[in-house]
Design a protein around this ligand. Structure first.
Ligand code: C2E
Ligand code: CA
Ligand code: CA
Length: 512
């Protein structure tokens, strides 16, 4: 302990005497040496000082300063070098009483591209992504690729850096990473998750690699809840769930403050390739935890009796978005919202929905309501039944969600006026490679055809699945392979880009 304290003191004295300022003073010192000791003294000073400086370890420091402010290193895949960089950045921030942060960004979807792209294309994608990330931060921030699809950003120490600012930055990075990237004419759609650790959140006793370690844990947590998740180390263990009553209070506030937002995932018509619908999925834009997916808060919302409010928020946002897409001429025919069993047990639900449609002047047939098969199979609640019938009767489209996963799929079809069935992701995965899977999906599609039901396949992750589903006669597809759920402004851009690629391929077809 003492020894370490002593060497630290020595280093400080060394830095004080032999810091970079010494070289700046060299001309003055040389001149002074000439006046006082003649030519021999001048030569000794001019040549001896830099040699002494280098011998005492001053030169490597200077070289490090130059690399950090000048040319940035693109790749840093050696774990030890990365840890040493993280330690250097943290030590400097601590010494200058500033805050720094380590932001880790992991691309998602690169390994899912089907068929597997050539290495040349992957390295170009990585390189362009690195440049995109660099263009999102300041030139003095250090951005480097640290793994196949992982990037590290070390921010220039600053006195005013805080978590809110970091979350804004993380969102900007996500948006940037999720902009489609063109390889030739082929668009590549990726998403990303982000893990953050701010040095100010670490205890003083934390090791100098702690900032990187905590950012890695935050990223793991984000990846487990992704796509497009952001997690920050906040000083409390990430995996501890807040006490139920606090979470309830947070959720109620979140709904009122507009932190719970609809994200949109497109559905594509297999015949035309056009956008045929869009599903609204709830996201909690948490000021500290980042983007929280519904799986983490729906149960608590239900427990807190807040589902009615969620349905209101999602409906209002979705209809407002639909109208704005109409105004922009995007041609999105309809939007669907999810209704849980709890929401459907609200006796006023169908009236509320009709009232909102009326208020926003949206025809009911442009709204889809997705109802889980498990909710309307078996012994069904009378209020639920009344709500579903009323919504169907007023013209809304009723979609049977997660079709095939419950044990009452056919009963639900017999009982209600269903417009579409959404074939669950578990049937769709690897349908292009798995013969048994293919036969089950073909059977569901044949049944839907006989019953006059439209079909949407969920969880389509690759182009081979998409092609096979179209060949089997599936009506529409939805999934990461087409696009991930996105916030409204990004969805709008995506639709415009998608239309552009369609027009281009239509032109090619006509020319061919
Ligand atoms: P869901 O209705 O089955 O929605 C589809 C889920 O699958 C979404 O997860 C979506 O992000 C994810 N997904 C879409 N394409 C793919 C794919 O290609 N691969 C994989 N692995 N996943 C894909 P998310 O948004 O986390 O939603 C989870 C569930 O939470 C939803 O399942 C829905 O049941 C519920 N939910 C979401 N938003 C709301 C809401 O506003 N109200 C209610 N009541 N439930 C909601
Ligand atoms: Ca759904
Ligand atoms: Ca589903």
């Amino acid at each position: 302990m003492d020894r370490r304290g002593g060497s630290k003191k020595l280093r400080t004295i060394h830095e004080l005497i032999f810091g970079p300022h010494l070289l700046a003073l060299l001309p003055a010192l040389t001149l002074a040496a000439f006046w006082t000791g003649g030519e021999a003294m001048m030569l000794l000073m001019a040549l001896g000082l830099p040699v002494l400086y280098a011998a005492l370890g001053g030169m490597p420091d200077l070289r490090r300063d130059l690399t950090e402010t000048g040319q940035q290193q693109n790749d840093l895949t050696d774990g030890d070098a990365l840890r040493s960089l993280a330690a250097t950045v943290l030590n400097r921030a601590r010494r200058n009483r500033c805050t720094t942060a380590c932001v880790l960004v992991e691309l998602e979807g690169l390994s899912d591209i089907d068929p597997k792209p050539p290495e040349r294309m992957l390295s170009e994608v990585r390189f362009r992504m690195l440049n995109r990330l660099r263009s999102t931060v300041r030139s003095s921030d250090r951005v480097t690729r640290i793994g196949d699809q992982r990037f590290a950003i070390f921010l220039t120490p600053d006195r005013r850096m805080d978590l809110e600012g970091m979350l804004h930055l993380a969102r900007r990075l996500l948006n940037m990473a999720e902009e489609p990237l063109y390889y030739g004419r082929t668009p590549i759609f990726l998403s990303a998750s982000v893990g953050i650790c701010l040095s100010s959140r670490l205890p003083d006793s934390a090791r100098n690699t702690a900032m990187l370690d905590r950012a890695e844990e935050a990223l793991d947590e984000a990846l487990a809840h992704g796509p497009s998740a952001i997690r920050a180390f906040t000083g409390v263990p990430l995996r501890s769930t807040p006490p139920s009553s606090a979470l309830r209070e947070d959720l109620s506030q979140a709904l009122e403050k507009g932190e719970i937002a609809a994200w949109y995932q497109p559905q594509i018509c297999c015949d035309t390739g056009r956008v045929s619908g869009v599903e609204a999925l709830a996201r909690w834009l948490h000021p500290e935890r980042g983007i929280v997916p519904p799986g983490e808060f729906l149960a608590a919302l239900e427990e807190a009796k807040l589902t009615e409010r969620l349905a209101e928020v999602m409906l209002r946002q979705s209809l407002t978005a639909l109208k704005s897409w109409d105004a922009a001429g995007l041609g999105v025919p309809r939007v669907s919202i999810n209704l849980s069993g709890d929401e459907l047990r609200n006796p006023k639900l169908s009236d509320r929905i009709r009232w909102e449609l009326d208020r926003q002047d949206v025809p009911p047939e442009r709204l889809g309501v997705e109802i889980l098969e498990s909710v309307i199979g078996g012994g069904i609640d009378e209020v639920v039944e009344r709500n579903i019938r009323a919504l169907g009767a007023c013209g809304c489209e009723v979609d049977l969600d997660d079709f095939g996963t419950g044990d009452a799929s056919l009963q639900a079809l017999r009982r209600f006026d269903i417009t579409r069935i959404k074939i669950d992701r578990s049937f769709v995965a690897h349908v292009d490679r798995d013969e048994r899977q293919r036969r089950v999906v073909a059977g569901i599609l044949a049944m839907a055809d006989t019953l006059g039901l439209e079909t949407v396949a969920e969880g389509v992750e690759g182009s081979a699945e998409h092609t096979l589903l179209a060949q089997l006669g599936c009506g529409h597809v939805q999934g990461f392979g087409i696009a991930r759920p996105m916030p409204e402004p990004q969805f709008r851009k995506w639709v415009i880009e998608h239309r552009g690629t369609l027009t281009h391929s239509e032109q090619l077809r006509h020319r061919g």
